[in-house]
Design a protein around this ligand. Sequence first.
Ligand SMILES: [Ca+2]
Ligand SMILES: [Ca+2]
Length: 152
Amino acid sequence: WPHVLAHLGRFGILLFTLQFTTEKSQMCPSGWQQLVGSCYSFSDERDNWEKANQTCLLKDSHLIVINSEEEQQEYFFKHVNKDYWLGLTDLSQEGQFEWVDGTPYNAAITTWGYGQPDNTDNLEHCVHISALMEYYWNDHQCTVLMHWICER
Ligand SMILES: [Ca+2]
Ligand SMILES: [Ca+2]
């Protein structure tokens, strides 16, 4: 390949890029989307946070964990138009947010909506992306039925 590419020049690089992209997309099971290095499944149904969490675990995945600003922008600002549960809760201890996959919660790269998290009525312990808040995050009651995104 490298020898051939040298002769093909820019066209060769294009071919190489196409082949690489194809191989990457084949890493995701059917029905999953390849975006920014992981595979994602956007639910058609709505469910409470715990059921959504369990559904992801049963599919060898976890509720989406936002690890970078790129991921936030790539996904939520361009690909969704609904509210979706994230893999982030403060169920264990109020105000101590934890990602479901053990990723350290880094306040520096969170994307909370204005005034959030506000733990309204001391009942909001599950985090979702909010279409109403232009895809910023909001803590909400875990029993609310909502779409969700699994990541693997
Ligand atoms: Ca809370
Ligand atoms: Ca809230």
